[in-house]
Design a protein around this ligand. Structure first.
Ligand code: SAM
Length: 318
């Protein structure tokens, strides 16, 4: 059916993200020793503005994520929604910033591929085994559950089954919880993404939600971005929720979150550490500064908090 084709196109976007991240790391934008185990070859060259855009995305998200985990003193959970082939769990382990448990959700077929890679690549499986204390490690084709890391196949548009599966794998609603969605909500309708955000606000009393996705999509450049995805049958069903930074914040403030902030990626880029900026700007010559600005202006990070335990989550920023 059309909707199966559309879902298949959405699932394929996890390869795009990983291929682009792999290429940018091969150029030295940031280090990720694990990404090579999810995409074998470096692939074709990507334009410098794409690489810088991914750099800002990864550093921008990591900055808030790491700040949350430090605030909670690692006594927290992370739930990566639509995680794809993301390698954050291994990065946090190496940085000694592992939460009590790290959950990932994606469609079952994406999850099966990820688990296959983990099973067959020792550098991926070793940290899981090292952080697991009992003999009850669950590792079959469709789910993986260890003490500290859990991958679940689920459709984010079906909240009750999502909630049930997370509880089955020992999600603890009492722990400070960080939810992350990186280029995921935009593939759902505004009401489906609102349901996800609302479920999170209802489930956790102390939490932060980080959402990275397109913004300012009503201008000419935004229209071209939408058309490019449509050409691949990949509908941005949630694009209405991406009209402005205010609409990004509204989605959270309307659904029970206490505090929300949103910045476009031009602003985030300009706030990243200055010495690192000089380093990455010297990696590749950029002749179209204008194009980089356009690209960064069409992505945003929005973050929202609620903080019954008074950890000071509303102070987390750039
Ligand atoms: N967050 C990862 C990253 O940034 O590298 C992957 C991003 S990729 C663009 C979008 C991911 O969201 C895909 O892996 C896709 O399968 C997942 N996704 C989209 N809609 C979903 C849904 N309804 N349920 C579960 N996963 C979904």
């Amino acid at each position: 059916t059309d909707s199966d084709t559309a879902d298949e196109a959405v699932r394929a976007t996890c390869d795009d993200a990983t291929i682009c991240k792999r290429f940018a790391t091969s150029k030295g934008y940031w280090k990720d020793p694990y990404i090579q185990y999810f995409v074998r070859s470096v692939g074709e060259r990507k334009a410098p503005e794409i690489n810088r855009g991914y750099y800002a995305r990864v550093q921008g998200v990591n900055h808030l994520l790491d700040a949350f985990i430090r605030k909670a003193g690692c006594d927290c959970q992370v739930i990566n929604l639509g995680a794809g082939l993301d390698t954050t769990f291994w990065r946090l382990k190496d940085k000694n910033l592992m939460p009590r448990k790290f959950f990932e959700i994606d469609f079952p077929t994406v999850v099966a591929r990820k688990i296959h890679n983990i099973k067959t690549k020792l550098p991926l499986s070793k940290p899981l085994i090292e952080t697991h204390s009992t003999d009850s490690l669950l590792l079959d084709a469709h789910s993986l559950d260890s003490d500290r890391y859990c991958i679940i196949g689920a459709d984010l548009r079906d909240i009750s089954s999502l909630d049930e599966k997370l509880k089955k794998f020992q999600l603890n609603p009492e722990l400070p919880t960080l939810l992350l969605s990186e280029c995921v909500l935009v593939y759902m309708t505004p009401s489906q993404s609102s349901n996800v955000v609302h479920w999170a606000a209802e489930t956790f009393h102390t939490a932060m939600f980080i959402n990275y996705e397109q913004v300012n999509m009503s201008d000419r450049f935004g229209q071209v971005m939408i058309e490019n995805l449509q050409r691949r049958q990949c509908a941005l069903a949630g694009v209405e929720a991406c009209q402005s930074l205010d609409s990004q914040k509204e989605r959270f403030l309307k659904t029970g979150w206490e505090h929300a902030d949103a910045l476009d990626m031009i602003t985030v880029y300009s706030m990243l550490p200055q010495d690192d900026m000089e380093r990455i700007e010297s990696l590749e010559f950029l002749d179209e500064r204008e194009l980089l600005q356009q690209l960064l202006q069409h992505y945003s990070i929005c973050w929202a908090t609620k903080d019954k335990l008074n950890l000071g989550l509303s102070q987390l920023a750039y």
